[in-house]
Design a binder for this molecule. Sequence first.
Ligand SMILES: [Zn+2]
Length: 204
Amino acid sequence: MHITKSPALLRTLTHKNLTWEINNRPGEIFLTFDDGPIPGITPEVLSILDKYKARATFFCVGDNAAKHHDVYRQIQQAGHATGNHTFHHLNGWKTTAEAYVEDVALCSRVIQSSLFRPPYGRIRPSVIQQLKKEYRIVMWSVLTGDYDRNLQPEKVLRNAIENTTSGSIVVFHDSLKAADNMLYALPRFLDYFSEKACRFSVIE
Ligand SMILES: [Zn+2]
């Protein structure tokens, strides 16, 4: 089963340390793109966002940002925010706290940001305690499911539209796996919420 919305109880229990949504900015939606930058895909996202005057936050994998630094610079030059998503896209439940924090530090050499998002949303409580001193740890309120190849693009779009409200943090992926679904859903999502006079802002 695909869960689009993050569980309310989990959000309530962890809201002091983790950001799940941003409620003090009415009319704003916070788009995020995980796992890039990827040549050919990330630039396409940038040109779609530009068409709608939308800004977004890109949680980049350090290894990708190092390999494709020109694409990484394009994200920044277009006025978007970037965040740390570890260097090797680590699973926080399968990695020791020490190795995980080291990988975040390695990523921070390429990606200078005060934002962090754990891959898969998996992070140990002890790692939260360490990283929260340096980072705003950003989760999400809406998971579009764009990476799920069993989901049709129309379903991804519907998930995204039906679950997004003012203040939502929405996850898309600028990855090879998600590209077909994401490139279908993103412009239509932007169309829908632009007509409702929403603004698309970076997370700070
Ligand atoms: Zn990821």
